[in-house]
Ligand binder design. Sequence first.
Ligand SMILES: Nc1ncnc2c1ncn2[C@@H]1O[C@H](COP(=O)(O)OP(=O)(O)OP(=O)(O)O)[C@@H](O)[C@H]1O
Ligand SMILES: [Mg+2]
Length: 252
Amino acid sequence: MTKTLVISNRKGGSGKTSTSVNLAAEMAGSGQRVLLIDLDTQGHCAVGLGVKVGRDAPTVHSFLAGRNRLRDALVPRVWPNLHLVPADCLADHGLGADKELLLREALASEQLNDDYDTIILDTPPSLDSLLFNALCAADRVLVPFVPHFLSGEGVRQLARVLFRVSSRGLNEGLRILGFLPVMVDLRIGLHRDIKSGLAQQFGAARLLPGIRTDIRVAEAFAAGCPVRIHAPNSRAAADFSQVAQEIDRLWV
Ligand SMILES: Nc1ncnc2c1ncn2[C@@H]1O[C@H](COP(=O)(O)OP(=O)(O)OP(=O)(O)O)[C@@H](O)[C@H]1O
Ligand SMILES: [Mg+2]
C-alpha cells in the first residue's frame, strides 16, 4: 500500500523542502517508486531537483484551481524512480478554500496511489487550504525542526492544526510519524536541550536521528540535484540515508 508522508512545520525555514527533496531522492535511490508533490508556491522542490517549470505548465496549483488533472502535472523520471508534481510560483494561497479533500480524492481517483510506493508532500509554512489539502491526503506527518528557541512554537502550532483536521473528521488516520532535527550541532547546548524537551513531550521513539549542519545541503540545492548525488560521501547524505531507513522502521 502507498505511504503518503507530509513534511510540515508552521515555522518557516525549518528544513521542510530540503528534507522533502533529499528523502524523496534517498527512497527512490533505494528502489522505491516515489512521487514528490510541491504544495508550496515558492516552488523550491523543482529548483532542488533541477527541473525547469514552464510558465503555463500544469502544476498541483493549477489542478487545485480546477484547470487540469493532477496527473497532467506530473514530471516523470526527474531522477530514476522519482517523479515530481511541481508548484506554480504565481498561484494564490487561497486556492481550493473549503475544498480540503481535492488532493486526497485525486490521488485515489486518478490511481496515482497505485503507481507509487511513497508519496511525499512538501508544504508551505502558512495556514491555508494548501496545507489542509496536504494534511488530508497524508497518512503520516514528519516534522523537521531547527533546534532553536522558536522551534517548539512551530511544533505547537502544527499540533493545533492536526487537532483541527482530526476533530473535523477530515482525516482520522493521520498520525505524527516523528520529529526530525535539522541543522543539528550537538556541541551546542541549546540543540541538546531542545531535542530532549521534544523527546520528553512526544516520546523518545518519535525523535528521529538528526540531519547535521552541512553546507553540502545548500550547495546541492543550488546545483539542482539531491545531496546523495551531489556529495555522496557527505555527512548530510549519510544522515538522510539513515533517516529514510528509520522512517521505514517507524511506519506501522
Ligand atoms: N542540514 C543542513 N545544513 C545546512 N543548511 C541547511 C540544512 N538543511 C537546510 N539547510 C538550509 O536552510 C535553509 C532553509 O531550508 P528549507 O528551504 O529546506 O526550509 P523550509 O522549511 O522548506 O523553508 P520554507 O518555510 O521557506 O518553505 C535553506 O537555505 C537550506 O539550504
Ligand atoms: Mg520550503
